[in-house]
Design a protein around this ligand. Sequence first.
Ligand code: SAH
Length: 344
Amino acid sequence: MTDIKSMTLAEITDALRGMGEPAFRGKQVFTWLHRGVRSFDEMSNLPKELRAKLSSAYFITTPKVARKQVSKLDGTIKYLWELGDGNCIETVLMSYHHGNTVCISSQVGCRMGCRFCASTIAGRVRDLRPSEMLDQVLFTQLDSGEEISNIVLMGIGEPMDNLDTVLRFLELVNHPDGLNIGMRHISLSTCGVIPGIERLAELGLQLTLSVSLHAPDSATRSRIMPVNNAYDVDDLFDACHRYFEKTGRRISFEYAMIDGVNDSDAQADLLAKKIRGMPGHVNLIPLNDVVESEFKPSRRVAAFQKRLESHGLTATVRRSLGGDIDASCGQLRRKAMEEGGEEA
Ligand code: SAH
């Protein structure tokens, strides 16, 4: 059985042609899939025999809502989806004045090991399929009734560790016969996997690259992010500068403020120095207190922001949404695992 929703329009059209079907059938099937049908029987403009033939060779992924939490504070919705094999992933729907943003996962778990992050505590279970990434957008939209205009790949997983899938997902979600979400409405976040950044630079996609930096110096960064041992922060900055030169796109640097670890004025100065030469933007994130973590939120967020601004950098403090519903970074999945809701 083949996962038909992970196929591109060209691939579906080819497969149908191989079954003796006319070319327009491909577009019909593709359009139905991207509307979120759960079975071939719902594809009412296809002949019955073709529907039967398709269901004997292909399957349609359909995640189930395992949990859904709605924030009383700001309406943020967090979904825990159960996938076909019983694994669970998180998706968060946030509404901002400029539209609805969905934050999606790219892997079941994560193997990057960032010391402050709940998503990585139990490691990586498996990569997601393109269809499973698309489903998070599709079924969040269907379940909530809210039209989604922006996507951030900032949920569970490291997109660069599953990049072929991510690129295929981008092609699918961007397609005019599908959800048609423009690249400029999509952000991809990485903990700093340089070959992935280089590959994206080559492709010249118009999406926004976010780099989870969290420290400007190698010693601090290695302490909190093991990925820094493989891809050192100075090489990472070089890759970012090259990315900007190639694409002309401004990079967003994510910086979770950790008490006494990465929040000194000297680190703000160093950060500004290393970004100099490109129009970087720093997004300061008040650290979310993960129960299992030794790190505590910084009390110097405003001072750090001022210091960056004194160097001419733009720095914003991320507004925290869904604080009452475990809305951040693998916390809901983690909770469900602890409560025995999922086999890890
Ligand atoms: N693996 C990718 C995508 C995940 S994005 C990446 O690292 O960029 C999730 C963002 O939330 C990352 O910037 C991550 O570093 C950050 N994050 C993880 N745990 C956090 C915490 N406890 N408090 C604040 N931010 C956190």
